[in-house]
Design a protein around this ligand. Sequence first.
Ligand code: F6R
Length: 607
Amino acid sequence: MGHRKAAPLVLKGLQRLEYRGYDSAGMALYQDQVVSLYKTQGKVADLAALANFKDANQSIGMGHTRWATHGVPSDANAHPHSSNSGELTLIHNGIIENYEALKKLLVGKGYVFHSDTDTEVLVNLIEEVQKSHQYQLGKAVQVALSQVVGAYAIVVFDTKKTDELVVAKLGSPLAIGMGDQEYFIASDASPFIEYTNKAVYLEDHQLAIIKRDRAPKILSIATDTFTDYYIQELELSLDAIEKGGYKHFMLKEIYEQPRAIKDTYRGRLLAEDGLIKMAGLEEHLDKFLNAKRIIIVACGTSWHAGLVAEYILEDLVRIPVEVEYASEFKYRNPIISNQDVVIAISQSGETADTLAAIKLAKEKGAFVFGVCNVVGSTISRVSHAGAYTHAGPEIGVASTKAFTSQITVLSLIALRIAKAKESISVAQYKEILNELELIPQKVEIALLANQRILEIAHTYKGNHNCLYLGRGVNFPVALEGALKLKEISYIHAEGYPAAEMKHGPIALIDENMPVIVVAINKGHYEKTVSNIQEIKSRKGKIIAIVTEGDTTVQELADHVIEVPETLECLSPLLTTIPLQLLSYHIAVLLNKNVDQPRNLAKSVTVE
Ligand code: F6R
């Protein structure tokens, strides 16, 4: 809302947000009490093709790119949704859990629904409240939301109220970009960063009334009082959210890892002085030192980083660690006490399952430490303390640089606690510290295998199954490799601990089964070599990730990809790289949409 033409701005913004969901898209433009609505199944590019938006002069607009929850991807289910009178228009991110009961009530009052969405219920609920009490839009939204169970970030406009938007948030993120007599509202700051670097992040249970000619007013929905707000100066740069010459964001982000890892330890790892300085950790070190147990909660790739951390923390810190799928944690009545420390890992900082796990952990008295990438994200704010990963914006849906940055932060945390606890020797502490500092340049070397990995991808792109094996700290790397392949190439892949193969998955192995084995010269190397022998005896095709100069595995494997020598505990930072590249190349060769794989979304803000 402001003085610019809204349509091109909204389209560009939607393209930047498209990684969050991309099965349908829509836009509403508003001027002189007339709403023009455009909706389509498909991508933002399909929306852009619906009309000549360049000539659209309206200066108020809203757009949405959807990841279906209620109702299949279709034109009708795409947002924005209008109320029955056509006066209210609304976009929504989240889920209204009690929408069926509300819908029944509204149908009873004569409302008609044109979509299967929970969102259409919400817009009509607001209309019903507005009509029955003669409320202004803001008040109607506030009262309607108090009847809603679920999560939302919404924007609503009312044709009777020129120059006003009402926005509200619970659970899903919502940022207000503060320009000069113009305001931008989005799920994150990427759509408006070239217009303003000032933003207000709405808190849960807050509602804002935004008018073109005055500062937004923010209201607490529950207490019905206006509150002050803090305007953040953002450091996000435009370069960071563009492809910068790479064909895909995923490839760009794979290649950004040396920088991302360095940025993550910069100012924290002072190898020369033998120091680790992390403000968020330092202030609460006693919580970790006195913890009876560390519980790590996360989803997907972040969960894999948690598994890597489990090995490192237990080994160095000698505190029992449990790693939980955040989505399961809440639903199994876990035993948690105030002597537990919960580490919540999340790239986006918005994952609903992880947020729900944090909420429960806090209720039970645990201390929650968040490891997030997105600055100002919900998880970073609701945690008692935390540390950012500094990977920079990750746009590709398949997580890459966030994973290695998470392992970097978690290694620093483990080292700092181990030093304070004296659970490792000074020599070992220094050795790991010095080696961590060398990791970015070793990642650069690992990336040099790209061409070779592309050739391997050509050989295996037609396979329908794939097995990934690793031991110890490289077992989660196997899981992560399999996840990367599944999500972007749609090839069935499974990760297993190498030794577990003989307890079942070995039955799958024949001459058509590629088996990717992480077989670096550390940990249980000889045992992994025996596992490779077992695969070879059954004619499986072996792609091995080995340490530079390895000759033993070279003789057994069909293909080897070398990574530089490093300490076992830090090896996932290197062994992950070829697996990311292999998945990337296979997906590209199969002509898949690498950055926006089907059915997925970058931040999963629903449980
Ligand atoms: C995989 C991937 C997902 C996320 C998961 C958690 O490549 O991106 O599995 O890791 O949805 O997301 P965050 O880390 O944002 O909580």
